[in-house]
Design a protein around this ligand. Structure first.
Ligand SMILES: Cc1cc2nc3c(=O)[nH]c(=O)nc-3n(C[C@H](O)[C@H](O)[C@H](O)COP(=O)(O)O)c2cc1C
Length: 202
């Protein structure tokens, strides 16, 4: 199983990237998979969507082609989404517009929402509400919300019982992601998926 981890922050040296790297480390340490790729949107320099993406512009092939191939080669995803003004950052929403070549289609994804304070629910709600319709990404019923992120997931030992619970949940959700990945690969191989006739959801 290859897992694509997307760090949704616009900021270099972000907490989202730090957590993305933690997720990558846990995927390896727990023996779930060593096959991972991290797409850090803060440094990837992917412009905002424009109509050229639909017209097969050479410019867009150069910008997005490599990322598209990398995402297509993944079997599952972890979406690390910081809360910006109670929303998902635009760079992350942009990815869901650009990914119109089945990169995410019928593949499982774990949402990991990030907040420096006590928030973090809005990115979960927004992703669950609006990012799956055309991408056909399949979010796990469970998700992570990491609050007070700057103090969490830093040292070898959790700071308190709440962080211990969060760490245990993350490992459990990553194991679930692997099982959903196995199950959904059967859906993709079934021959039933027809995104040519039904490219857009309702
Ligand atoms: C533009 C912007 C808006 C933010 N809005 C919120 C917010 O609505 N709720 C919240 O809990 N934190 C908010 N934060 C703080 C982030 O939770 C904090 O920066 C955290 O470190 C995650 O972002 P990062 O991955 O970019 O570091 C905001 C941060 C930025 C840069």
């Amino acid at each position: 199983m290859k897992v694509g981890i997307i760090s949704g922050s616009h900021r270099k040296n972000s907490q989202s990237m730090r957590i993305a790297q933690w997720v990558e480390k846990r995927l390896s340490q727990t023996g779930i998979t060593q096959r991972t790729t991290i797409l850090e949107l803060a440094t990837a320099e992917i412009p905002m969507w424009d109509e050229g993406t639909w017209e097969g512009d050479e410019r867009w092939k150069k910008i997005w082609g490599g990322h598209s191939q990398d995402l297509t080669s993944c079997d599952a995803f972890v979406i690390v989404a910081p809360e910006y003004g109670g929303m998902v950052p635009p760079a992350l929403k942009n990815i869901f517009l650009l990914a119109n070549n089945q990169e995410f289609a019928h593949k499982p994804a774990l949402i990991v929402a990030i907040s420096a304070g006590r928030s973090g629910t809005y990115p979960v709600a927004e992703l669950r509400m609006s990012s799956y319709k055309n991408t056909r990404i399949c979010y796990l019923p469970d998700h992570m919300i990491i609050r007070d992120v700057e103090k969490q997931f830093k040292s070898d030992e959790p700071a308190d019982r709440f962080e211990a619970d969060a760490r245990a949940r993350l490992d459990y959700f990553l194991k679930l992601l692997r099982e959903y990945s196995k199950a959904l690969s059967a859906v993709r191989a079934s021959g039933v998926v027809d995104l040519k006739t039904f490219p857009n959801g309702l």
